[in-house]
Design a protein around this ligand. Sequence first.
Ligand code: ARG
Length: 709
Amino acid sequence: MAQTLNRTRVIIASILMCLVHFPVNTTCETEQRSALYGQIESPDYPEPYGNNVDRVWNITVPDGFTIVLYFSLFELEASLDCAYDNVKVSSSEETATFCGNGQFLEFRTPRDRNMTSPNNNMVVEFHSDYSNEEQFSGFVAHYQARDINECLVNNGGCEQVCHNFVSGYYCSCRLYYQLQPDNHHCKVSCRDIVYTSEQDEFQTPDYPDDYPPNADCNWLINVDFGYSINIVFETFQIESHPTVLCPYDFVKIYYDNEVRGPICGDSQSDLPASFSTSGNIANVTFHSDQSVQRMGFRARYDVTGRSCGALYRPTYGMISGSNFTFRDSVRFSCNDGYVINGSTSRSCQANGTWSGIQPTCEIVKCNVPQPISNGEILYYSGMNFSYSNSIRFVCNDYYEMEGISWSECGVNGTWTPEPPVCVPICGESSISPRNPQPGRIVGGQESTPGSWPWQVLINIKAPGFGGLRNTICGGSVLNEEWILTAAHCVTGTEVSLTTYGKVVPNHTVVVSLGIHTRNSPAEHTVVRSALEIIKHAEFDHVTLDYDVALIHLNESIQFNDVIRPICLPPQSTHIEQGDDKHVYIPNVADTDTTAVVIGWGQIQKGRSTSNVLLEVYVGVNVPRNLCNMKLNDPVTTNMVCAGSTEGGLDSCGGDSGGPLMLRDDVTNRYFTYGIVSWGEGCARPDKFGVYVRIENFVDWIQYETFVER
Ligand code: ARG
């Protein structure tokens, strides 16, 4: 404010000067300059200045700056006291008048000199009078604003610390002092200085200089609940009294509902003892009176976490972490085959207790193993199916195992490996077939009862389903639910009837299993009806191509010595087809080319059917060309021929649907090579019996029944 007033005064003064000092006919101009730097020149420069010229430059820069003026050229008429021509430089404090030039050194010229204004304003005036002397070129001057370092003078008026900055300054106070509203003075201010970190240090105001008089300080240490505080005095010098306990200046510490102190004294060797709180708050207070100041003290503190007590590893498990104080945490884990029950991690809490629940390691349990069909699970009694327990599997009679016979309860609670499955043993008889010898079905012999346990007798009683000249057919057991037979056995064959090509009604089919003698079924004979009859979609009544069908039994059966399934052909069934020149006589010793066919059919064309199950050995190494040549009706690729060139060995009416069996060399098991289908007469020389080529239908059968090979 004072500066602003001064500046105004200078401007008014210079304008007045211009008006008052000079006659009315002189030119007097005032030019305002407010840039941070610039140049001023004498009137008409670089031409010599004229007579009777007055010119004023009023230079103003922002507050907080001074102005530095510098003349690089100065050529004015010289005169005593610069009475004729002159340049005046004025500031709030002084005015300097200059004139002259390089020739007359006794006159004051301002060349090569910096002139600095005390504040942000400077006025430059030029005056020339009437003259008939030589001419002068005048002057060139440069000015620029320069920051005032206010702090250099009287510390800027700051009581403690002054900070200069471009165009201004400010005051601040030392630690534990507060700047007053006048922005210059400081007052001690050390109340309620709060510390919350886990360690820090603090000291009396102005330490290590003397503390101020009349101070009341307190440092409030307030750390997290769960920590206690340890305080150490590193230095301590507080005014004391030889007989009275700290009557003037003193320290008092409040913690855990206790007060420590007053403490004072100034022996370096007699520092107050370090101490620890049990709570998380301590309030260190300091008081000084109006007289006698000492260095004061410097103290530091740190914290100790509250202990939660040791934790231990669970049985069958592990613990990680061995620090048990506030904020520490430990983790638990279990050995393989054990699962954790409780907290996997616990942390020491502020109140000295652990979070969570102490875990235990419980052994992994597997589910009670699911019973397997057609088999049993063996395990030791009292077993609770836990980790590393193992169980064994056995299959029931007539079944064999696919898979591994044992399983173990694994680390993740599942049985490994997967339990096996029990699949029916196919193509094996409990009762051995008769020693093969040439004989009769036509030309066969009676079979040993029960030696072909897959053979079933099918009775069809379907009025209107003509063409079933014999109401009996054969079939073979594929599994507990399915029977394989010929399509022509279970469909109407009489072209004139509406039933032609249609599957007979389910209830008209009676399937007898475990039967040997037709007119006196044995005790173990099982009778079933059809739930579903599936004939091959491509079945052709005229040519008997695709003569294959499946009967789904209305109730599944249980295997026993006389009821067991037959196999389907293995992956590749290669029968040597021989050549046209050979004579085909079954050689029963040759299991590759000699098959067995069984049935209750006619023992000779036109004669009655058999009461007991007959078997006959037939050659199957018959080339299809030859067979086609010998027979009137076509032999398709879905058919195989069997018999002998001589005749005499054949199936016949009533045998249809029954199996033509070969024995697998490797497994010694019987599989269905063919199904009895058709012939021209029975057992005639130069003719063969025709059978469904089952290897063509393995996929179809599996698709329809899910029977495994
Ligand atoms: N189609 C007759 C049946 O329904 C089977 C004929 C078999 N004939 C033969 N010569 N192999 O029983």
